[in-house]
Design a protein around this ligand. Structure first.
Ligand code: ACO
Length: 406
Protein backbone atom coordinates (compact mmCIF):
# COMPACT_ATOMS: atom_id res chain seq x y z
CA UNK A 1 0.00 0.00 0.00
CA UNK A 2 1.18 3.55 -0.76
CA UNK A 3 4.77 4.70 -0.50
CA UNK A 4 6.06 1.45 1.02
CA UNK A 5 4.79 -0.49 -2.00
CA UNK A 6 6.36 2.00 -4.35
CA UNK A 7 9.66 1.73 -2.44
CA UNK A 8 9.65 -2.06 -2.80
CA UNK A 9 8.85 -1.82 -6.52
CA UNK A 10 11.74 0.61 -6.97
CA UNK A 11 14.06 -1.64 -5.00
CA UNK A 12 13.15 -4.65 -7.14
CA UNK A 13 13.82 -2.66 -10.30
CA UNK A 14 17.14 -1.46 -8.98
CA UNK A 15 18.38 -4.83 -7.71
CA UNK A 16 16.82 -6.83 -10.56
CA UNK A 17 15.51 -9.44 -8.12
CA UNK A 18 12.06 -11.00 -8.35
CA UNK A 19 9.74 -12.61 -5.80
CA UNK A 20 9.13 -16.35 -6.19
CA UNK A 21 5.53 -16.88 -5.06
CA UNK A 22 3.96 -20.01 -6.62
CA UNK A 23 0.17 -19.77 -6.65
CA UNK A 24 0.43 -16.06 -5.71
CA UNK A 25 -0.09 -16.99 -2.06
CA UNK A 26 1.34 -13.68 -0.91
CA UNK A 27 1.10 -11.40 -3.91
CA UNK A 28 -1.60 -8.75 -4.37
CA UNK A 29 -2.15 -8.27 -8.10
CA UNK A 30 -4.38 -5.21 -7.78
CA UNK A 31 -6.17 -2.81 -5.47
CA UNK A 32 -9.93 -3.30 -5.38
CA UNK A 33 -12.98 -1.62 -3.82
CA UNK A 34 -15.33 -4.52 -4.52
CA UNK A 35 -15.04 -7.41 -2.07
CA UNK A 36 -13.47 -7.72 1.36
CA UNK A 37 -12.48 -11.08 2.91
CA UNK A 38 -11.00 -11.68 6.33
CA UNK A 39 -10.13 -15.36 6.03
CA UNK A 40 -9.16 -15.81 9.69
CA UNK A 41 -12.38 -14.31 11.00
CA UNK A 42 -14.61 -15.88 8.30
CA UNK A 43 -15.84 -12.48 7.03
CA UNK A 44 -17.02 -11.73 3.49
CA UNK A 45 -18.47 -8.38 2.38
CA UNK A 46 -19.50 -7.02 -1.01
CA UNK A 47 -18.93 -3.25 -1.18
CA UNK A 48 -18.96 -3.24 2.63
CA UNK A 49 -22.22 -5.19 3.10
CA UNK A 50 -21.91 -8.50 5.01
CA UNK A 51 -22.71 -11.55 2.91
CA UNK A 52 -25.32 -12.91 5.34
CA UNK A 53 -27.32 -9.66 5.15
CA UNK A 54 -27.21 -9.66 1.36
CA UNK A 55 -28.13 -13.35 1.14
CA UNK A 56 -31.13 -12.80 3.36
CA UNK A 57 -32.42 -9.51 1.98
CA UNK A 58 -31.20 -8.80 -1.54
CA UNK A 59 -32.04 -10.34 -4.91
CA UNK A 60 -29.32 -11.51 -7.29
CA UNK A 61 -29.87 -8.63 -9.73
CA UNK A 62 -29.77 -6.17 -6.83
CA UNK A 63 -26.41 -7.61 -5.74
CA UNK A 64 -25.24 -7.59 -9.36
CA UNK A 65 -25.99 -3.86 -9.51
CA UNK A 66 -24.20 -3.33 -6.19
CA UNK A 67 -21.06 -5.15 -7.34
CA UNK A 68 -20.90 -3.44 -10.72
CA UNK A 69 -21.95 0.12 -9.84
CA UNK A 70 -20.79 0.26 -6.21
CA UNK A 71 -24.09 1.12 -4.46
CA UNK A 72 -27.35 -0.65 -3.70
CA UNK A 73 -29.93 0.43 -6.31
CA UNK A 74 -33.08 2.38 -5.50
CA UNK A 75 -36.31 0.66 -6.55
CA UNK A 76 -36.38 2.76 -9.76
CA UNK A 77 -32.72 2.02 -10.55
CA UNK A 78 -33.24 -1.71 -10.03
CA UNK A 79 -36.33 -1.73 -12.25
CA UNK A 80 -34.51 0.16 -15.04
CA UNK A 81 -31.52 -2.20 -14.76
CA UNK A 82 -33.70 -5.35 -14.72
CA UNK A 83 -35.60 -4.02 -17.73
CA UNK A 84 -32.37 -3.49 -19.68
CA UNK A 85 -31.26 -7.05 -18.87
CA UNK A 86 -34.68 -8.45 -19.84
CA UNK A 87 -34.45 -6.84 -23.28
CA UNK A 88 -31.27 -8.74 -24.16
CA UNK A 89 -32.01 -12.32 -23.10
CA UNK A 90 -32.44 -13.66 -26.66
CA UNK A 91 -29.47 -15.06 -28.56
CA UNK A 92 -28.80 -14.28 -32.20
CA UNK A 93 -30.63 -17.03 -34.13
CA UNK A 94 -27.42 -18.12 -35.83
CA UNK A 95 -25.94 -18.96 -32.45
CA UNK A 96 -28.22 -22.00 -32.29
CA UNK A 97 -26.23 -23.59 -35.12
CA UNK A 98 -23.19 -23.14 -32.96
CA UNK A 99 -24.65 -25.43 -30.24
CA UNK A 100 -25.52 -28.04 -32.85
CA UNK A 101 -21.82 -28.45 -33.65
CA UNK A 102 -20.92 -29.94 -30.27
CA UNK A 103 -21.23 -33.65 -29.42
CA UNK A 104 -24.37 -34.22 -27.36
CA UNK A 105 -22.40 -35.70 -24.46
CA UNK A 106 -20.19 -32.59 -24.24
CA UNK A 107 -19.71 -31.09 -20.78
CA UNK A 108 -21.73 -27.84 -20.66
CA UNK A 109 -18.79 -25.79 -19.25
CA UNK A 110 -16.69 -25.80 -22.45
CA UNK A 111 -19.92 -25.24 -24.40
CA UNK A 112 -20.60 -22.21 -22.19
CA UNK A 113 -17.09 -20.78 -22.53
CA UNK A 114 -17.12 -21.30 -26.31
CA UNK A 115 -20.50 -19.62 -26.65
CA UNK A 116 -19.43 -16.68 -24.45
CA UNK A 117 -16.31 -16.33 -26.58
CA UNK A 118 -18.50 -16.43 -29.70
CA UNK A 119 -20.41 -13.36 -28.45
CA UNK A 120 -17.41 -11.37 -29.73
CA UNK A 121 -18.32 -12.50 -33.24
CA UNK A 122 -22.07 -11.83 -32.99
CA UNK A 123 -21.90 -8.50 -31.14
CA UNK A 124 -18.98 -6.73 -32.73
CA UNK A 125 -20.39 -3.31 -31.86
CA UNK A 126 -19.49 -3.63 -28.17
CA UNK A 127 -15.87 -4.76 -28.07
CA UNK A 128 -14.01 -1.55 -27.24
CA UNK A 129 -12.94 -1.73 -23.57
CA UNK A 130 -12.47 2.07 -23.38
CA UNK A 131 -15.86 3.09 -24.77
CA UNK A 132 -18.21 3.49 -21.79
CA UNK A 133 -21.36 2.83 -23.81
CA UNK A 134 -19.88 -0.29 -25.35
CA UNK A 135 -18.77 -1.61 -21.97
CA UNK A 136 -22.27 -0.92 -20.65
CA UNK A 137 -24.03 -2.78 -23.46
CA UNK A 138 -21.60 -5.72 -23.32
CA UNK A 139 -22.20 -5.89 -19.54
CA UNK A 140 -25.96 -6.09 -20.05
CA UNK A 141 -25.64 -8.54 -22.94
CA UNK A 142 -23.51 -10.90 -20.87
CA UNK A 143 -25.81 -10.81 -17.86
CA UNK A 144 -28.84 -11.36 -20.08
CA UNK A 145 -27.49 -13.99 -22.44
CA UNK A 146 -25.39 -16.26 -20.22
CA UNK A 147 -28.48 -17.87 -18.59
CA UNK A 148 -29.92 -18.49 -22.06
CA UNK A 149 -26.61 -20.01 -23.21
CA UNK A 150 -26.43 -22.15 -20.05
CA UNK A 151 -29.93 -23.54 -20.52
CA UNK A 152 -29.27 -24.21 -24.24
CA UNK A 153 -26.10 -26.11 -23.29
CA UNK A 154 -28.28 -28.24 -21.01
CA UNK A 155 -31.05 -28.74 -23.59
CA UNK A 156 -28.46 -29.75 -26.15
CA UNK A 157 -27.06 -32.38 -23.75
CA UNK A 158 -30.47 -34.01 -23.28
CA UNK A 159 -31.62 -33.66 -26.88
CA UNK A 160 -34.58 -31.35 -26.17
CA UNK A 161 -35.50 -28.28 -28.23
CA UNK A 162 -34.43 -24.82 -27.02
CA UNK A 163 -36.99 -22.54 -25.41
CA UNK A 164 -37.02 -18.81 -26.10
CA UNK A 165 -36.73 -16.65 -22.97
CA UNK A 166 -39.99 -15.54 -21.37
CA UNK A 167 -39.27 -11.96 -20.37
CA UNK A 168 -42.34 -11.69 -18.18
CA UNK A 169 -40.43 -13.84 -15.69
CA UNK A 170 -37.69 -12.84 -13.25
CA UNK A 171 -34.02 -13.54 -13.96
CA UNK A 172 -33.77 -16.86 -12.14
CA UNK A 173 -37.33 -17.96 -12.98
CA UNK A 174 -36.62 -17.41 -16.67
CA UNK A 175 -33.48 -19.53 -16.45
CA UNK A 176 -35.34 -22.34 -14.65
CA UNK A 177 -38.11 -22.34 -17.25
CA UNK A 178 -35.67 -22.38 -20.20
CA UNK A 179 -33.81 -25.26 -18.51
CA UNK A 180 -36.65 -27.47 -17.28
CA UNK A 181 -39.60 -26.35 -19.42
CA UNK A 182 -40.68 -28.09 -22.62
CA UNK A 183 -42.26 -26.32 -25.64
CA UNK A 184 -46.08 -26.40 -25.73
CA UNK A 185 -46.26 -27.63 -22.14
CA UNK A 186 -47.05 -25.36 -19.19
CA UNK A 187 -44.21 -24.96 -16.71
CA UNK A 188 -44.77 -23.60 -13.23
CA UNK A 189 -41.62 -22.27 -11.57
CA UNK A 190 -41.44 -23.44 -7.95
CA UNK A 191 -41.02 -20.16 -6.01
CA UNK A 192 -39.05 -21.87 -3.21
CA UNK A 193 -36.55 -23.31 -5.69
CA UNK A 194 -36.26 -19.96 -7.46
CA UNK A 195 -35.63 -18.13 -4.18
CA UNK A 196 -32.95 -20.59 -3.04
CA UNK A 197 -31.20 -20.52 -6.43
CA UNK A 198 -31.28 -16.72 -6.41
CA UNK A 199 -29.72 -16.77 -2.94
CA UNK A 200 -27.03 -19.24 -4.04
CA UNK A 201 -26.18 -16.92 -6.94
CA UNK A 202 -25.82 -14.07 -4.41
CA UNK A 203 -23.39 -16.18 -2.36
CA UNK A 204 -21.28 -16.91 -5.46
CA UNK A 205 -21.43 -13.42 -6.98
CA UNK A 206 -17.87 -12.33 -6.13
CA UNK A 207 -14.90 -13.57 -4.16
CA UNK A 208 -12.12 -11.07 -4.92
CA UNK A 209 -8.99 -12.40 -6.66
CA UNK A 210 -9.84 -16.12 -6.93
CA UNK A 211 -8.48 -18.16 -9.84
CA UNK A 212 -11.21 -17.36 -12.39
CA UNK A 213 -11.47 -13.67 -11.47
CA UNK A 214 -7.70 -13.26 -11.63
CA UNK A 215 -7.88 -14.93 -15.05
CA UNK A 216 -10.54 -12.46 -16.22
CA UNK A 217 -8.37 -9.56 -15.02
CA UNK A 218 -5.17 -10.99 -16.53
CA UNK A 219 -6.74 -11.58 -19.93
CA UNK A 220 -8.43 -8.17 -19.76
CA UNK A 221 -5.15 -6.48 -18.86
CA UNK A 222 -4.06 -7.09 -22.45
CA UNK A 223 -7.13 -4.97 -23.37
CA UNK A 224 -9.02 -8.05 -24.59
CA UNK A 225 -12.77 -7.34 -24.63
CA UNK A 226 -15.19 -8.31 -21.87
CA UNK A 227 -16.61 -11.38 -23.68
CA UNK A 228 -13.13 -12.79 -24.36
CA UNK A 229 -12.02 -12.14 -20.77
CA UNK A 230 -15.13 -13.72 -19.20
CA UNK A 231 -14.86 -16.73 -21.49
CA UNK A 232 -11.35 -17.31 -20.11
CA UNK A 233 -12.78 -17.01 -16.58
CA UNK A 234 -15.34 -19.74 -17.34
CA UNK A 235 -12.50 -22.05 -18.36
CA UNK A 236 -10.56 -21.29 -15.18
CA UNK A 237 -13.68 -22.04 -13.12
CA UNK A 238 -14.04 -25.47 -14.77
CA UNK A 239 -11.14 -27.03 -12.79
CA UNK A 240 -11.98 -29.29 -9.82
CA UNK A 241 -9.87 -27.24 -7.40
CA UNK A 242 -12.04 -24.20 -8.16
CA UNK A 243 -15.67 -24.17 -9.44
CA UNK A 244 -15.51 -27.78 -10.58
CA UNK A 245 -15.37 -28.73 -6.89
CA UNK A 246 -19.18 -28.72 -6.60
CA UNK A 247 -19.39 -31.53 -9.18
CA UNK A 248 -16.42 -33.31 -7.59
CA UNK A 249 -18.08 -33.19 -4.13
CA UNK A 250 -21.20 -34.92 -5.35
CA UNK A 251 -19.18 -37.55 -7.20
CA UNK A 252 -17.16 -38.12 -4.01
CA UNK A 253 -20.31 -38.49 -1.86
CA UNK A 254 -21.82 -40.87 -4.40
CA UNK A 255 -18.63 -42.93 -4.49
CA UNK A 256 -18.60 -43.22 -0.68
CA UNK A 257 -22.25 -44.36 -0.78
CA UNK A 258 -21.56 -46.85 -3.58
CA UNK A 259 -18.62 -48.24 -1.58
CA UNK A 260 -20.92 -49.03 1.35
CA UNK A 261 -21.14 -45.63 3.04
CA UNK A 262 -18.09 -46.05 5.28
CA UNK A 263 -17.08 -42.45 5.92
CA UNK A 264 -14.18 -43.32 8.24
CA UNK A 265 -12.47 -45.42 5.55
CA UNK A 266 -12.70 -42.51 3.13
CA UNK A 267 -11.35 -40.02 5.70
CA UNK A 268 -8.40 -42.38 6.33
CA UNK A 269 -7.65 -42.40 2.59
CA UNK A 270 -7.59 -38.60 2.61
CA UNK A 271 -5.34 -38.47 5.70
CA UNK A 272 -2.94 -40.99 4.16
CA UNK A 273 -2.94 -38.86 1.00
CA UNK A 274 -3.76 -41.98 -1.01
CA UNK A 275 -3.35 -41.25 -4.71
CA UNK A 276 -3.95 -37.57 -4.04
CA UNK A 277 -7.45 -38.16 -2.62
CA UNK A 278 -8.74 -34.91 -1.08
CA UNK A 279 -11.88 -34.15 0.82
CA UNK A 280 -13.52 -32.13 -1.95
CA UNK A 281 -15.46 -29.08 -0.77
CA UNK A 282 -13.04 -28.65 2.12
CA UNK A 283 -10.22 -26.14 2.46
CA UNK A 284 -9.67 -22.70 1.02
CA UNK A 285 -6.68 -20.55 0.18
CA UNK A 286 -8.04 -17.58 2.12
CA UNK A 287 -10.51 -18.94 4.70
CA UNK A 288 -8.75 -20.50 7.64
CA UNK A 289 -12.05 -20.59 9.47
CA UNK A 290 -15.58 -21.68 8.51
CA UNK A 291 -16.43 -20.19 5.08
CA UNK A 292 -19.35 -17.84 5.95
CA UNK A 293 -21.11 -18.89 2.73
CA UNK A 294 -20.91 -22.58 3.66
CA UNK A 295 -22.95 -22.06 6.83
CA UNK A 296 -25.77 -20.41 4.83
CA UNK A 297 -25.63 -23.12 2.15
CA UNK A 298 -25.76 -25.93 4.72
CA UNK A 299 -28.98 -24.54 6.17
CA UNK A 300 -30.50 -24.14 2.67
CA UNK A 301 -29.50 -27.72 1.77
CA UNK A 302 -31.30 -29.08 4.82
CA UNK A 303 -34.42 -27.02 3.96
CA UNK A 304 -34.51 -27.97 0.26
CA UNK A 305 -33.79 -31.64 0.86
CA UNK A 306 -36.51 -31.77 3.55
CA UNK A 307 -39.04 -30.88 0.81
CA UNK A 308 -38.05 -33.90 -1.30
CA UNK A 309 -40.40 -36.90 -1.29
CA UNK A 310 -37.49 -39.14 -0.23
CA UNK A 311 -34.55 -38.03 1.91
CA UNK A 312 -31.22 -37.96 0.05
CA UNK A 313 -28.75 -40.39 1.71
CA UNK A 314 -25.89 -38.24 0.39
CA UNK A 315 -26.87 -35.47 2.84
CA UNK A 316 -26.23 -37.84 5.74
CA UNK A 317 -22.85 -38.81 4.26
CA UNK A 318 -21.92 -35.14 3.89
CA UNK A 319 -22.92 -34.27 7.45
CA UNK A 320 -21.04 -37.25 8.84
CA UNK A 321 -17.94 -36.32 6.82
CA UNK A 322 -18.09 -32.77 8.14
CA UNK A 323 -18.53 -33.95 11.71
CA UNK A 324 -15.57 -36.34 11.51
CA UNK A 325 -13.31 -33.86 9.73
CA UNK A 326 -14.02 -31.00 12.13
CA UNK A 327 -12.99 -33.22 15.05
CA UNK A 328 -9.87 -34.67 13.41
CA UNK A 329 -6.43 -33.18 13.97
CA UNK A 330 -5.42 -33.66 10.30
CA UNK A 331 -8.08 -31.19 9.21
CA UNK A 332 -8.02 -28.99 12.33
CA UNK A 333 -4.24 -28.44 12.22
CA UNK A 334 -4.43 -27.52 8.51
CA UNK A 335 -7.43 -25.26 9.15
CA UNK A 336 -9.58 -27.14 6.64
CA UNK A 337 -13.28 -26.28 6.90
CA UNK A 338 -16.18 -26.80 4.48
CA UNK A 339 -16.15 -24.25 1.68
CA UNK A 340 -19.12 -22.92 -0.31
CA UNK A 341 -19.12 -25.99 -2.56
CA UNK A 342 -19.50 -28.66 0.10
CA UNK A 343 -23.30 -28.52 0.24
CA UNK A 344 -24.29 -26.70 -3.00
CA UNK A 345 -24.22 -29.85 -5.15
CA UNK A 346 -26.79 -31.51 -2.89
CA UNK A 347 -29.13 -28.56 -3.39
CA UNK A 348 -28.63 -28.50 -7.16
CA UNK A 349 -29.30 -32.24 -7.25
CA UNK A 350 -32.51 -31.79 -5.23
CA UNK A 351 -33.56 -29.08 -7.70
CA UNK A 352 -33.22 -31.58 -10.57
CA UNK A 353 -29.94 -30.41 -12.13
CA UNK A 354 -27.62 -33.13 -13.42
CA UNK A 355 -24.12 -33.13 -11.89
CA UNK A 356 -22.57 -31.78 -15.10
CA UNK A 357 -24.56 -28.54 -14.73
CA UNK A 358 -23.31 -27.70 -11.23
CA UNK A 359 -20.28 -25.69 -12.30
CA UNK A 360 -22.38 -23.88 -14.91
CA UNK A 361 -24.60 -22.72 -12.03
CA UNK A 362 -21.51 -21.42 -10.25
CA UNK A 363 -20.58 -19.53 -13.44
CA UNK A 364 -24.02 -17.91 -13.58
CA UNK A 365 -23.57 -16.74 -10.00
CA UNK A 366 -19.98 -15.51 -10.47
CA UNK A 367 -20.73 -13.54 -13.64
CA UNK A 368 -21.38 -10.15 -11.96
CA UNK A 369 -18.12 -10.46 -10.01
CA UNK A 370 -16.13 -11.12 -13.19
CA UNK A 371 -17.78 -8.16 -14.89
CA UNK A 372 -17.32 -5.78 -11.92
CA UNK A 373 -13.66 -6.77 -11.52
CA UNK A 374 -12.96 -6.43 -15.26
CA UNK A 375 -14.56 -2.97 -15.30
CA UNK A 376 -12.59 -1.88 -12.25
CA UNK A 377 -9.38 -3.19 -13.83
CA UNK A 378 -9.97 -1.42 -17.16
CA UNK A 379 -10.69 1.92 -15.43
CA UNK A 380 -7.77 1.69 -13.00
CA UNK A 381 -4.92 4.00 -14.10
CA UNK A 382 -2.48 1.64 -12.32
CA UNK A 383 -3.40 -1.31 -14.57
CA UNK A 384 -0.53 -2.66 -16.60
CA UNK A 385 -0.53 -5.77 -18.77
CA UNK A 386 -0.25 -8.79 -16.45
CA UNK A 387 3.13 -10.31 -17.03
CA UNK A 388 4.58 -12.33 -14.14
CA UNK A 389 8.30 -12.96 -13.98
CA UNK A 390 9.89 -16.39 -13.49
CA UNK A 391 12.88 -18.02 -11.84
CA UNK A 392 14.65 -19.81 -14.68
CA UNK A 393 15.81 -23.33 -13.76
CA UNK A 394 16.73 -24.72 -17.18
CA UNK A 395 20.05 -25.46 -18.91
CA UNK A 396 22.80 -22.85 -19.17
CA UNK A 397 23.97 -21.75 -22.60
CA UNK A 398 24.96 -24.65 -24.88
CA UNK A 399 25.92 -24.96 -28.53
CA UNK A 400 23.50 -26.24 -31.14
CA UNK A 401 23.98 -29.93 -32.05
CA UNK A 402 23.41 -30.89 -35.69
CA UNK A 403 20.68 -33.50 -36.31
CA UNK A 404 23.11 -36.29 -37.34
CA UNK A 405 25.16 -35.79 -34.15
CA UNK A 406 22.27 -36.16 -31.62
N1 ACO B 1 -8.50 -32.44 1.67
C1 ACO B 1 -7.40 -32.94 2.25
N2 ACO B 1 -6.29 -32.22 2.46
C2 ACO B 1 -6.27 -30.95 2.06
C3 ACO B 1 -7.40 -30.37 1.44
C4 ACO B 1 -8.56 -31.16 1.24
N3 ACO B 1 -9.63 -30.67 0.67
N4 ACO B 1 -7.11 -29.09 1.13
C5 ACO B 1 -5.86 -28.88 1.56
N5 ACO B 1 -5.36 -30.00 2.12
C6 ACO B 1 -4.05 -30.17 2.76
C7 ACO B 1 -2.94 -30.33 1.75
O1 ACO B 1 -2.70 -31.68 1.43
C8 ACO B 1 -1.79 -29.68 2.47
O2 ACO B 1 -1.32 -30.60 3.42
P1 ACO B 1 0.27 -30.76 3.70
O3 ACO B 1 0.68 -29.48 4.36
O4 ACO B 1 0.37 -31.98 4.56
O5 ACO B 1 0.92 -30.96 2.36
C9 ACO B 1 -2.43 -28.54 3.23
O6 ACO B 1 -3.79 -28.96 3.45
C10 ACO B 1 -2.43 -27.21 2.48
O7 ACO B 1 -3.03 -27.44 1.21
P2 ACO B 1 -2.70 -26.61 -0.10
O8 ACO B 1 -3.09 -27.41 -1.28
O9 ACO B 1 -1.27 -26.11 -0.01
O10 ACO B 1 -3.66 -25.35 0.09
P3 ACO B 1 -4.08 -24.32 -1.03
O11 ACO B 1 -4.41 -23.07 -0.34
O12 ACO B 1 -3.04 -24.27 -2.11
O13 ACO B 1 -5.37 -24.99 -1.69
C11 ACO B 1 -7.60 -25.57 -2.16
C12 ACO B 1 -6.66 -24.56 -1.47
C13 ACO B 1 -7.19 -25.76 -3.63
C14 ACO B 1 -9.01 -25.02 -2.13
C15 ACO B 1 -7.52 -26.93 -1.41
O14 ACO B 1 -7.93 -26.75 -0.07
C16 ACO B 1 -8.32 -28.03 -2.10
O15 ACO B 1 -7.80 -28.71 -2.98
N6 ACO B 1 -9.61 -28.24 -1.68
C17 ACO B 1 -10.45 -29.24 -2.32
C18 ACO B 1 -11.03 -28.68 -3.60
C19 ACO B 1 -12.09 -27.64 -3.32
O16 ACO B 1 -13.00 -27.84 -2.53
N7 ACO B 1 -11.99 -26.52 -4.07
C20 ACO B 1 -12.96 -25.44 -3.95
C21 ACO B 1 -12.32 -24.22 -3.32
S1 ACO B 1 -13.47 -22.95 -3.09
C22 ACO B 1 -13.85 -22.43 -4.62
O17 ACO B 1 -13.09 -22.33 -5.52
C23 ACO B 1 -15.20 -22.12 -4.83
Amino acid sequence: EGPAGIEITKLLKETGSVTYDPGFVNTASCRSDITYIDGDAGILRYRGYPIDQLAENASFLEVTYLLIYGELPTAAELEAFSDKVRRHTMLHEEMKGFFAGFPSDAHPMPVLSSAVSALSTFYQDSLNPFDRDQVEISTVRLLAKVPTIASYAYKKSIGQPFLYPDNSLGYVENFLRMTFGVPAMPYEVDPVIAKVLDMLFVLHADHEQNCSTSTVRLVGSSQANLFASVSAGVNALFGPLHGGANQAVLEMLQQICDDGGNVDTFVDKVKNKEAGVRLMGFGHRVYKNYDPRAAIVKKAAQDVIARMPEPDPLLDVAMKLEEIALADDFFVSRKLYPNVDFYTGLIYKAMGFPTKMFTVLFALGRLPGWIAQWREMIQDPDTKIGRPRQVYTGAGERSFVAMDKR
